[in-house]
Design a protein. Sequence first.
Length: 82
Amino acid sequence: MDEKLLEIMCCPETHQPLAKAGTELIDDLNQRIQAGTLVDRVDEKVTESIDGGLIREDGNILFPIRQDIPVMLIDQGIPLGQ
């Protein structure tokens, strides 16, 4: 993802800045997706693996990246405290 684009992006809900998620977190989330235990903000199971993610500044929500496109829909954010 382009660094300049990341600088201007923010959380669509709180407008907090976003940061790229580390590989270890993405690997962990993908394992949980495969196990069928990861849900999004509206308690729907996440079924598609993710290529990356953008974490909200407070560390509570991750917005998934699939095929180099960030999914910035509030309902599809993944709570990280699960």
